[in-house]
Design a protein around this ligand. Structure first.
Ligand code: SF4
Ligand code: SF4
Length: 444
């Protein structure tokens, strides 16, 4: 399974699927008749060295590829890092990636797949080796560039002896090249003492990891910046995620609209904190009035450019879900944050601060009498609402142990009182529960 030529059938499929800029990553160039108009698609203009791997990766990467056609188009634009996991689509996402990369020169791509504790505990060295082999089979390749621990929730998992022994063996067999770890922070039931910064600093100090994947965005840059600096000092590659912490303002507007469409109003049950939210939202809407309807789009660009402006970030994993998204994000490759856009991000942050739960923060959870993993639930809702990964979000929420956020309805809101950012936790959790459980609010 080494380099795969592009046979005629695949060539036609690529052309009709919109592969563009062929040749950049080793895919054979389509004929003039079959070629998509290249000028419509921008190209990656900046490649950065991924830490000690010395691989030059595109500054915009594709995480959790959405479809074969969008992945082909992304590669055609010059994207060369693909991030997937045994967990995504229960392995189907690796199969999707495999169907595309077999048409490309393998050594020109950097493939990251991840081993998820939430799929199955790491039971033994052999268990991990078996799972790595299953990933390779789905990916239709002889090796992955990085075999990453997926969502390590505590330092213990970072040091997992089965993982490290297994990767030593897999490296000897040439099946993996580098190790890595991703982290969003913990779930409270595991270890409420550790932030994502602490978990990832453990990985840096451990010394065995080549690449770290972490949340980093303009809303909550501090912890991420410290981790990125430590990676730079230790020549560890960096991949960032959770880049665009916006769109949450749409959440309550949709709830309200739904109630109006159904000819009623929000019931007492769902009025928890709603008035507070309304006031916050009205103030925040002034932001969009000032910048006009282009405000949200400009801000999404600015959110990416904020990350690109940090030289310690090697690549940003974005969701390149459709052709418009591909054009939008690839166009940002190699650009920097302008002062005016930076000012806009600052204003957005101050206006929407109370509607945004900071990823990796878990301060309020210890005070919840029902032990709800507030941060994790609101992250799943971010997947649902902002990233449109509804299936993943609903599945992840349903698999959470313990009580669900419907218990917030009759709670005094100890979490709100504890949140140093004044986040309106109860209405956010209520809305998250509606999204993630399909529960319909009673508007009667
Ligand atoms: S609601 Fe506030 S305290 Fe709780 S996790 Fe989010 S940011 Fe942290
Ligand atoms: S509202 Fe109450 S039940 Fe819900 S997370 Fe906050 S403290 Fe826990």
């Amino acid at each position: 399974m080494k380099n795969h030529g592009l046979n005629r059938r695949r060539f036609i499929r690529n052309a009709s699927a919109g592969i563009i800029g062929a040749g950049i990553l080793g895919a054979k160039a389509p004929s003039a008749e079959a070629r998509e108009p290249e000028e419509e698609f921008p190209k990656i203009t900046s490649y950065r060295t991924l830490g000690r791997t010395n691989f030059r990766v595109s500054d915009i990467a594709t995480g959790y590829p959405f479809s074969e056609s969008t992945l082909r188009a992304s590669l055609g634009c010059g994207v060369n890092l693909i991030e997937t996991s045994e967990m995504y689509g229960r392995g189907n996402n690796e199969t999707l990636v495999g169907n595309v990369i077999r048409d490309h020169e393998r050594e020109k791509l950097f493939i990251v797949t991840k081993l998820a504790y939430s799929v199955k505990e790491y039971e033994s060295v052999q268990d991990i080796i078996d799972r790595a082999n299953a990933s390779l089979k789905r990916l239709q390749t002889d090796y992955v560039d990085c075999f990453m621990l997926h969502g390590a929730e505590n330092s213990e998992r970072v040091r997992n002896k089965y993982y490290h022994k297994a990767v030593d063996q897999l490296k000897k067999e040439g099946k993996i090249r580098y190790t890595g770890v991703s982290c969003h922070g913990h779930s409270w039931w595991d270890n409420p003492e550790e932030t994502f910064e602490q978990v990832l600093m453990t990985a840096v100090e451990d010394g065995r990891f080549d690449i770290l994947m972490l949340p980093y965005n303009f809303f909550e840059p501090e912890m991420g910046e410290r981790v990125l600096n430590a990676c730079q000092e230790n020549n560890i590659g960096t991949m960032t995620m959770k880049s665009i912490p916006i769109l949450i303002y749409e959440l309550f507007s949709e709830m309200k609209q739904k109630a109006e469409e159904e000819g009623g109003e929000l019931s007492e049950r769902y009025k928890i904190g709603y008035e507070k939210y309304k006031l916050q939202n009205e103030q925040a809407e002034a932001f969009f009035a000032r910048y006009g309807i282009s405000g949200a789009e400009k801000m999404k660009d600015g959110a990416i450019q904020f990350i690109l402006s940090n030289k310690n970030v090697n690549t940003i994993c974005t969701l390149l879900q459709n052709f418009e998204g591909i054009k939008k994000y690839i166009r940002l490759s190699g650009t920097k944050l302008e002062p005016q856009t930076n000012e806009m991000l600052g204003l957005f942050k101050s206006n929407y601060s109370r509607l945004h739960c900071r990823i990796g923060c878990n301060i309020c959870e210890a005070l919840c009498p029902h032990h709800l993993p507030v941060n994790t639930i609101l992250r799943y809702n971010y997947y649902f609402q902002a990233k449109k990964q509804e299936k993943l979000a609903i599945q992840s929420y349903s698999e959470l142990p313990g009580k669900k956020a419907d218990v917030c309805i009759n709670c005094e809101g100890f979490c709100e009182k504890a949140c140093p950012h004044g986040v309106l936790v109860r209405p956010l959790l209520a809305a998250a529960h509606i999204n993630l459980s399909f529960e319909t609010p009673n508007f009667a």
